[in-house]
Design a protein around this ligand. Structure first.
Ligand code: T1G
Length: 701
């Protein structure tokens, strides 16, 4: 079936792109456009052509599902289509609505004229995929709009509404009302007025001080994007538009594009683009599953987590009641919320009215009677099953039928929590990440009896409160924390074997993590991990753990909140200062353990941390706790500061090569076997990992 429809309206032909969901310029659509153009040129009765898009976009650009497949560059390529339009002997008018992005905007720029409906999103966002506009956008856009805006749009990848370009050469007209009628009238007028066949390529970039501006821009781009090559390549491609011929600029653009297309960063960013969208798809919950309306919410607990969770609802305009047992804790919680908003307003990100409006949506209470009619209640109390039991028995008693009963537990068994109620189908886990009003990740923990409509409702709600919802099954630590537990164990082992906390942190931060494991532990509070480890010691007496972490805690060194942890901190400051006392404790501890300290390379540090995550992730995948490898990646990218330019732990393993990963696991096992208290067993490759490696396959397909 052709993906472009051809029709004639008197003396004007109309080609309508029709490749849902956003008219991605895949091979079939590219062929359909050319077939339509050829038909128009062969028909003497036709004097002009209008090109437009069906559905919700003019065109969202190249079909990124084709990338890294032969179809992406199969003829007719987008360049071939663009060349044919520019060679047309009849004027082609682009009629742009809703979205014209990437290759879609480049296609419109090759037309002789362009008209647009107001409100259309206009962008060259390829940089967000680790690419650059590879079909002439870096050469044509600076010829039709102000140079600085063109450069910023291409390097920044952000959209601008079509009406902002009124009066520029990008759009000859902004058409209010019926776009097609306006485009047909414009086409006829252009012919009647003999306006010829103007081409953007024949215009000149009008910006006398380009080189100076570009030199300054280079410094800014280098500082802003240390790990991403695409922004600088975008800048250099646009720079080529200010010198030499159009075709020389096009050649430079092509060269810079191919460099990016073949690079790991673009593969990572494209993986994220699809991964974020895939996360919302739950195979056994159809997209049309009916959802419950969430018009009001309640949060139990006004501590750090409860307050942050409440802010998410207020930010989304949903009234939320915050319940605490004690007035003093309630007052403190509400005051903290207000302070957070006021700090954001001081930075100019929201207004004083926003603060007032959001605070007006938050109602404090100490009475369960005040929350009974909430559509969803989220429990955010102490991470102890007995405490959770008391709260959920009360919620079961009080909440209206049909209310969703959610727990913010970070590790505890959601099925057990559901068993404290007579409505397990309404119980679900909503694991927010601290600070809950900032971190995008929301682990949605599906209990065995959680209703499909409850799951669909919670997934939809996650988007409403601007979170990335990722479904997890029930296990200790769900997905993120279960994996981070293995990561932390390896970090603990490595400082016992000879590394310092700062060496481990520096190595993984150089790899791209926002924060290494020991700075992270000091920030989160070492007592949090200690509490969980003590539960693990009791539940898994067979499991081996590094022992130094407990020694730090036994001294009350809980991190920033006590002024010392793995590092020391000056009063009121947060910067981590290496502490000679910790290094002395490590020397003594190694001797007690009979460990001869050795030098660990950054490579070993990074890959023991990485592959501890990956091996556990493979088990989580195999157990069905995670629905897909990209979900695990999205969790690490949005909840754990994993570097975006690497795409997540599972993609990193794919790019490293699973065969090579298994070999490294075997090396680590051999090293652990020689180390007192070392745990060689934890390096046994997960069955799924071993299978994929043996078959030469990858996690992400
Ligand atoms: N190709 C294929 N599918 C696409 C697509 C694209 N370009 N854009 C979106 N989709 C799918 C998406 O995966 C989802 O699928 C559905 O459309 C709805 O997307 C040569 C090389 C267009 C603003 O970077 O910014 O052109 O999950 O949920 O919120 O220079 O999608 O439903 O199966 O985001 O209404 C450059 C990327 C490509 C635009 C619509 N273009 N897309 O937002 O819906 S590279 C882009 C977006 C290029 C040339 C280069 C947004 C949107 P599913 P959605 P939305």
């Amino acid at each position: 079936m052709t993906q472009a429809h051809y029709a004639t309206h008197g003396d004007v032909a109309v080609i309508t792109m029709d490749n849902p969901p956003v008219n991605g310029l895949g091979h079939g659509l590219r062929r359909g456009i050319l077939e339509g153009l050829r038909a128009a040129l062969a028909d003497d009765a036709i004097r002009a052509v209008v090109l437009t898009g069906a559905g919700k976009a003019f065109s969202g650009g190249a079909d990124i599902r084709e990338f890294n497949t032969p179809a992406a560059f199969a003829q007719p390529s987008l360049h071939t289509v663009i060349d044919a339009i520019e060679a047309s002997t009849k004027p082609v008018v682009a009629a742009v609505h809703s979205v014209a992005m990437g290759g879609g905007l480049e296609l419109a720029l090759s037309c002789h004229f362009r008209v647009a409906a107001p409100g259309a999103q206009i962008a060259l966002p390829e940089v967000n995929l680790g690419l650059l506009p590879g079909a002439g956008g870096t050469q044509r856009l600076p010829r039709v709009i102000p140079f600085e805006l063109a450069l910023n749009m291409i390097v920044g990848g952000f959209p601008v509404k079509s009406e902002k370009f009124k009066g520029t050469k990008l759009f000859d007209e902004i058409v209010e009302g019926d776009l097609m009628a306006g485009a047909l009238a414009f086409a006829r007028k252009a012919v009647a007025e003999n306006r010829g066949l103007p081409l953007v390529r024949n215009l000149k970039v009008d910006y006398p001080h380009a080189q100076g501006y570009l030199q300054a821009a280079r410094g800014a781009v280098r500082a802003a994007y240390p790990n991403l090559p695409a922004p600088m390549n975008c800048l250099e491609a646009v720079a080529a538009s200010t010198r030499g011929t159009f075709d020389e600029g096009l050649a430079r653009e092509r060269q810079l594009f191919i460099e990016l297309m073949e690079g790991p960063e673009s593969r990572a960013l494209r993986h994220i683009f699809f991964g974020e969208r895939a996360a919302a798809k739950i195979p056994d919950v159809p997209a049309d599953t009916p959802v419950r309306e969430i018009k009001s919410a309640a949060v139990i607990g006004a501590g750090t987590m409860g307050g942050g969770i409440a802010m998410n609802f207020a930010n989304a305009g949903i009234p939320v009641t915050v319940l605490e047992a004690k007035q003093e804790a309630l007052d403190r919680g509400i005051a903290t919320i207000r302070k957070n908003y006021e700090n954001t307003a001081k930075k100019g990100r929201i207004t004083a009215d926003d603060v007032a409006r959001r605070m007006g949506l938050i109602t404090p209470t100490m009475s369960y009677d005040d929350i009974r009619n909430a559509d969803i209640v989220i429990e955010a109390v102490f991470e102890d099953m007995d405490v959770k039991e008391a709260v959920f028995r009360k919620l079961d008693e009080v909440m209206k039928p049909g209310a969703i009963l959610a727990s913010n537990t970070s590790t505890l068994d959601v099925d057990k929590i559901a068993s404290f109620t007579r409505r397990p189908q309404d119980v679900i886990g909503t694991h927010f990440f601290s600070p809950a009003n900032v971190m995008r990740l929301l682990e949605i923990v599906r209990g065995a009896k959680t209703g499909k409509d409850v799951l669909a409702t919670t997934m939809k709600l996650s988007a409403k409160i601007r979170k990335l919802g990722v479904v997890s099954g029930v296990c200790d630590g769900f997905i993120g924390n279960r994996m981070i537990n293995q990561y932390s164990r390896q970090a603990g082992y490595m400082i016992e074997e000879g590394a310092t906390p700062q060496q481990v942190d520096r190595a993984i931060e150089k790899f791209g993590f926002a924060m290494g494991p020991f700075r992270m532990a000091d920030l989160a509070g070492n007592d949090v991990g200690w509490y969980i480890r003590k539960r693990h010691y009791a539940e898994h007496p067979e499991m081996k753990f590094p022992k130094f972490a407990d020694k730090i805690c036994e001294l009350g060194r809980f991190g920033q909140k006590t002024g010392a942890g793995y590092y020391k901190y000056e009063p009121g400051k947060r910067n981590a200062i290496p502490d000679p006392l910790v290094e002395e404790m490590l020397v003594k501890h190694r001797a007690e353990q009979g460990i001869t300290p050795r030098k660990l390379t950054d490579d070993e540090i990074v890959h023991r941390l990485m592959f501890a995550l990956v091996n556990e992730g493979a088990k989580i995948l195999e157990e069905g706790i995670a629905m897909r490898a990209s979900d695990i990646d999205m969790i690490y990218l949005t909840g754990y500061g994993f570097p975006r330019f690497r795409g997540g732990p599972m993609l990193y393993a794919d790019m490293f090569g699973l065969y090579n990963v298994v070999n490294r696991l075997n090396d680590f096992a051999a090293q652990a076997a020689k180390t007192p208290n070392g745990d060689a067993d934890c390096w046994k490759p997960a069955p799924l990992l071993a299978k994929l490696a043996a078959e030469g396959k990858s996690f992400n397909g």
